[in-house]
Structures are given as structure tokens and as C-alpha cells.
Design a protein around this ligand. Structure first.
Ligand SMILES: CC(C)(COP(=O)(O)OP(=O)(O)OC[C@H]1O[C@@H](n2cnc3c(N)ncnc32)[C@H](O)[C@@H]1OP(=O)(O)O)[C@@H](O)C(=O)NCCC(=O)NCCS
Length: 318
């Protein structure tokens, strides 16, 4: 029968992979994660795909069938937060677009979320993908904001001045261990927590107790955070570096709204100086696309914008 139906993991996975590859290339839709690495295994019997980790990523999904052929897909993913779901892999074959297929698939996912007592659905979409944005808006998804991913290799990274002109340099110090809650509060005051993907920022993101540090040490991980404070020693800005063996260094820059444009430069300059002491790997920084001031600083440091994703959310009626 033509139309939407729940995915059948015993039969559908190879066809869905082909469809996603056709529509997105080798990268998955919103979150840009790789779905698979090689052609190897594509010829295995369809039911064997049930055992593949890919299947678990597609399991809560709907496909659209036309004359026995899968021409559309949309996947729901549960998150660690109760009632919070993500939509990924929304794809319709180019020959079957503008016939209401994506809308039908999305409506199936909404019904599925309601059945599971879901409270909200989040998704990411490339900022200028107006076809998809129109679709989501027409289904009452609201934009939370857009995040740009910036990247730079260590060899291209350029130092920037911590201050320009007659400004005086603020005092920067390392985040104290007991300040992890203040750091979390600062982070969430600067950035809507749902702009973190796929999970919102964990409350203990800045906690660095003994066991956490041992675990980091044993796993080749490194985390550091540098902060600025006001006269009352409250945090006003923070720059964090997270590194893990074999991965890019992740840098985050957070400045309290009352201090914006005043302390980003010294914070970023500090992070760049620190990065020179760390293993030579690529660096990644995700930052709100609308922050032109920081965008300019990142360009100055030789970062390149890779992509901008708009985050959208639908709050389900109780
Ligand atoms: C985005 C996409 C899934 C839409 O699929 P579709 O089956 O053609 O969409 P539908 O026919 O259900 O259209 C639903 C609504 O989406 C919007 N829309 C779809 N295609 C559009 C286009 N080319 N231009 C503007 N709006 C468009 C319209 O609001 C449309 O409603 P309308 O037809 O009543 O005006 C499809 O174009 C696609 O697979 N694109 C590539 C993959 C992709 O970008 N996926 C989204 C990742 S977040």
C-alpha cells in the first residue's frame, strides 16, 4: 500500500541507507553524523541489518512506500531527557517531492511522540534549507536559534591580541573546582540549553572531581576552563577547552549578556595561547550564528565557518 508506515527493520534498512545517501551524501541530515563508513556489507541480506548499530538509529522511524519502493524516511530518536525527542533523517526522493510525503511522515512522527507521552521534539536544519524550514514552520516548530560550527587546524591558528587600544586586560583565572554550578549557570544564561545537540548541557558539565579527573587522565581526556569575574567574584565570562585522544579540541566561549563585547577578545586570546600547549589537532568551536562580534574574532584567529544549523522545537500540547 502506498503511504507512510513504520519501518520494518528486517527489510527496509538497505533501501533507507540508499535513500539517505542519495539525499544527503554520506553524511546524515541534521546532525551531520556519519551513518556508515563503507560499501562493505551493503550486499548482505536485508534482515542482517537488524543487528547493525545503524538499525538502532533508524528503529523509531517511518518510511513512505510507493509501489513497493521506499521514497521517504523520517526518524525519531529518544534522548536521555524524559519526554524529549529528536527528529532526524527527514528525506524524500527527488522524484517524489512536493506531494506531501515529508508532511505525512512528520505527522506520523508527531503521533508516535504523542503515543509515547513526549513533551517536545527538537530538530536541526541547515540555515538556508528553506524547503525544510517551511515544512517545519507550517507544523508549528519554532526557531530557537542558529549555531555556526567553526574549525581551524593548529597550524593555521593565529594568535589574537588580548586587548586593543587603551582597554585594560581583565584578570583571567582558572575556574575553581567548587564553581562548577556557577559555570553551568553562566553557560545556560548565555546559551539556550537546547542549542546544545543532541542533549542539553548536563548540569555537571563543569564538574571536575577526583574521579572525573582520574577518568580523564586514563582516557587521554583533558578539560580546562578560564574565567573572568566581576568585583563580587561572580563569573562574567568563560572559555573552555575539551580534548580527547583522536578527536578535535572543542572550545566553548560564553559571555554573560551584561558583559558582551567586553571580554570575548581576552577570553579567546587565552584559549588560543593555551591550545599551543596541547597536542596538535584540529579545533572546533560552535557559537551562535548571530554573534557578529565573536564571528569577527574567530575570523581574525583564522577559524573558518563550516556550517550553520538552525535549531527548532515543537512543544507538544499536554
Ligand atoms: C525538505 C523535504 C524533506 C521536503 O519533502 P517534500 O515531500 O517535498 O515536502 P512536502 O511535499 O511534504 O511539503 C510540505 C511543505 O514543505 C514546504 N516545502 C517543501 N518543499 C519546498 C520547496 N522546494 N520550497 C519551499 N517550500 C517547500 C512547503 O511548506 C510544503 O507545504 P505546501 O506544499 O503546502 O506548500 C525534501 O525537499 C528533501 O528531502 N530535501 C532534502 C533533504 C532535506 O533537506 N531534509 C531536511 C533535513 S532537516
Amino acid at each position: 500500500m502506498n503511504g507512510p508506515r513504520p519501518i520494518n527493520l528486517n527489510r527496509d534498512v538497505p533501501q533507507i541507507i540508499k535513500l539517505l545517501e542519495l539525499v544527503f551524501g554520506r553524511r546524515l541530515g541534521g546532525d551531520g553524523q556519519r551513518l556508515f563508513n563503507s560499501e562493505a556489507g551493503m550486499s548482505q541480506p536485508a534482515f542482517l541489518w537488524r543487528l547493525s548499530p545503524i538499525s538502532s538509529k533508524l528503529a523509531l522511524g517511518y518510511v513512505w512506500e510507493e509501489d513497493g519502493r521506499i521514497v521517504g524516511n523520517a526518524t525519531l530518536l529518544a534522548t536521555r531527557t524524559d519526554g524529549r525527542y529528536l527528529v532526524v533523517n527527514v528525506a524524500v526522493h527527488p522524484d517524489f517531492r512536493r506531494r506531501g510525503i515529508a508532511r505525512g511522515l512528520m505527522e506520523s512522527l508527531l503521533a508516535l511522540t504523542q503515543e509515547r507521552h513526549g513533551r517536545q521534539i527538537l530538530l536541526q536544519v541547515v540555515k538556508d534549507n528553506m524547503a525544510a524550514i517551511n515544512l517545519y514552520q507550517s507544523m508549528q516548530f519554532k526557531t530557537i536559534g542558529s549555531m555556526t560550527t567553526w574549525r581551524c587546524s593548529m597550524t593555521r591558528l593565529r594568535d589574537i591580541e588580548a586587548v586593543i587600544g587603551s582597554q585594560h586586560e581583565p584578570i583571567l583565572r582558572e575556574l575553581a573546582r567548587q564553581e562548577w554550578q556557577s559555570a553551568y549557570q553562566l553557560d545556560t544564561a548565555c546559551l539556550q540549553p537546547d542549542l546544545n545537540w543532541p542533549e542539553p548541557l548536563p548540569q555537571d558539565a563543569y564538574k571536575s572531581g577526583f574521579w572525573r579527573r582520574m577518568d580523564n587522565l586514563l582516557n587521554g581526556r583533558h578539560a580546562e576552563a578560564w574565567v573572568t569575574t566581576n568585583d563580587a567574584n561572580q563569573l562574567t565570562g568563560l572559555v573552555g577547552i575539551w580534548s580527547e585522544w583522536g578527536r578535535t579540541h572543542q572550545v566553548t566561549l560564553r559571555v554573560h549578556p551584561a558583559w558582551q563585547r567586553k571580554i570575548e577578545r581576552p577570553l579567546l586570546a587565552k584559549a588560543i595561547r593555551r591550545l599551543h600547549y596541547l597536542p596538535r589537532r584540529n579545533i572546533r568551536l560552535d557559537h551562535p550564528a548571530s554573534d557578529e562580534f565573536v564571528n569577527q574574532l574567530l575570523r581574525e584567529a583564522n577559524f573558518q565557518p563550516r556550517r550553520t544549523l538552525t535549531h527548532m522545537r515543537l512543544d507538544m500540547a499536554a
